[in-house]
Design a protein around this ligand. Sequence first.
Ligand code: PLP
Length: 407
Amino acid sequence: MIRINDNYSKLTASYLFADIARRVDAFAAAHPGRPVIRLGIGDVTEPLPAACVDALHGAADEMSRRATFRGYGPEQGYPFLRELIARHDYAARGCRVEPDEIFVSDGAKCDCANIQEIFSADARLAIPDPVYPVYVDTNVMAGRTGPPADGRYAGILYLDSTASNGYVPAVPDAPADLVYLCFPNNPTGAVATRAQLAAWVAYAKRNRAVILFDSAYEAYVRDPALPRSIYEVEGARDVAIEFRSFSKTAGFTGTRCAYAVVPKALAAADAAGRPQSLHALWSRRQTTKFNGVSYPVQRAAAAVYSDAGREQVRALADFYLGNARLIRAAMARLGLPCAGGENAPYIWVNVGRPSWEFFDLLLERAQVVCTPGVGFGRCGEGHVRISAFNSREKVEEALARIAAALG
Ligand code: PLP
């Protein structure tokens, strides 16, 4: 009989959100009269910006006419979108990123998951704890780790992010080849300063490592002193790949559009020790395995950079940040220390008891769903993540219920 990829058998338990859904479904079935408010999963709730909707309609009309119909587009994305990204997301912030260094995709999740394919099977990994689970799980699937023990996999250098380092991991003494970083962070909402990122860039140069920088939440950074891209740090073009997404910037979680930046100068060694272009490898990978994002969706993404679009996406992020402020204030009134929520849509609450215990308590007493921090890594124990992605009405009701139940 054909064998499965046994690395999949190493994956611990089920995916975090499946676990949460199971508990919430069981609660809802047992208490049909107590409606649950979900501040758990990080999905947006507000409609697409009007500029994006108009662009979608316009592109659908183009697709309806022979003269303007489009079939397969470039796998890397249409030049109109790549040029706008380079100009607005990078040049305007003083970063040099060429349009042909941008690879448009249908999600930062796929990009973060797939990028490991272009690196060697024995690449040494450094991954923050806690963090978005995709980085660890995709490397487990690829066979870069041993089996799990105590919630961790042998073969990964975990970068502990705790209250004592402000949830921004320090550069380790040990070397690594591939370093995953995510700022603003999911789940902690922490954002690395320019100096902290500069230390990581120096580390990567010293160790000839590559940084995989996930800035899916950069649109939430409001403090002008904080970097929104790793390319704001001198020298980062030589060592870093960056991932971004329209999901949380413009409400595209169901529309699907994102991009990866792979600088042309970035190189890694082949078996003979000769430097090879990572841009060329990623291009080869994408053109082989991916057929591009649909034309209407790329037009909708391009509309994010119009005058109206820029105003609308700013207002959208401001709205969620308003929710985050309310959540932070409510946690402070309960005496629970928290991080995040100021330049990020997540509030990381130190609940002073096991995460799942607090999750069950909140569900049982307030019918509010949060995300247990331990689901993001061992260092997440004792914390929960509360998401600001919801309507104002639901956030206010959830906070009132939490205050009544725990206050
Ligand atoms: N990266 C981080 C850190 C995320 O939290 C998420 C989604 O929650 C993603 C990437 C996925 O983004 P996308 O919707 O573009 O796949």
